[in-house]
Design a protein around this ligand. Structure first.
Ligand SMILES: O=C(O)[C@@H](CO)OP(=O)(O)O
Length: 248
């Protein structure tokens, strides 16, 4: 027997469209992003992959993507669990900066170190910065865990406790689980599931609004198909190449 896990990155956000580093800034979906979410829900219906429970971050682009996709799949009524541990990677002082300008100013090597290296975080974001989330009510309980910047390694460290404590039990109860989250929090999960090395994870980019289905072995939780299966593989390949090329 296998457990079914569906990963869904939010649809295009306003700052994806403007090519800005986003991280914890709580931007909305664009019209295109909402359509991507609805399409994601339709793809789930066509494939007969119907979630029993959904986990989201605390950010509206993931929350609203989940709601739109589930509505399109007539699964708008399933239980919802949310955690900051599924939030996008905190992008530190890069939050709000233009990706193309950052590439031009700092050069390819530094730009890619900040975007895709495993353990090099951008400089921290000041608490009085207009794009800081310090003091927001949804993060009031975080205390010392409130990030000011994160690398992928940090995201894995804060994501894994939630995976073990909340998502795995839902899977083991036999539920088809939808995780609606973000490019880099989903990279953290995929790295864990597929045991991708710290070096190779740099080359993995998650497209917006494309359901990615994993069947997990019930004993080991290892994927039966490495990398999972996109419900629309051609569209997913084109869209992840576009993510890889951002800033160029
Ligand atoms: O800006 C961000 O928060 C992320 C996701 O959109 O960007 P990147 O793909 O560059 O890590």
């Amino acid at each position: 027997m296998t457990y079914t896990l569906v990963l869904l990155r939010h649809g295009e956000s306003e700052w994806n469209a403007k090519n800005l580093f986003t991280g914890w800034v709580d931007v909305a979906l664009t019209e295109k992003g909402r359509a991507e979410a609805v399409n994601g829900g339709r793809l789930m219906v066509e494939a007969d992959v119907l979630p029993d429970v959904v986990h989201t971050s605390l950010q509206r682009r993931a929350i609203n993507t989940a709601a739109l996709a589930l509505d399109a799949a007539d699964r708008h009524w399933i239980p919802v669990r949310r955690s900051w541990r599924l939030n996008e990677r905190h992008y530190g002082a890069l939050q709000g900066k233009d990706k193309k300008q950052t590439l031009e100013e700092y050069g390819e090597e530094q730009f890619m170190l900040w975007r895709r290296s495993f353990d090099v975080p951008p400089p921290p974001l000041a608490d009085d910065d207009e794009y800081s989330q310090v003091g927001l009510p949804q993060y009031a309980d975080l205390g010392d865990e409130m990030p000011r910047t994160e690398c992928l390694k940090d995201v894995i460290a804060r994501f894994l406790p939630y995976w073990e404590a909340s998502i795995v039990p839902d899977l083991k109860a036999g539920n088809t689980v939808l995780v609606a989250a973000h490019g880099n929090s989903l990279r953290a999960l995929i790295k864990h599931l597929d045991q991708i090395s710290d070096e190779d994870i740099a080359g993995l980019n998650v497209p917006t609004g494309m359901p990615l289905v994993y069947e997990l072995d019930e004993a080991t939780l290892a994927p039966t198909v490495a990398g999972g299966t996109y419900l629309d593989p051609e569209a997913a390949a084109a869209a992840s190449a576009a993510v890889a090329n951002q800033g160029r």
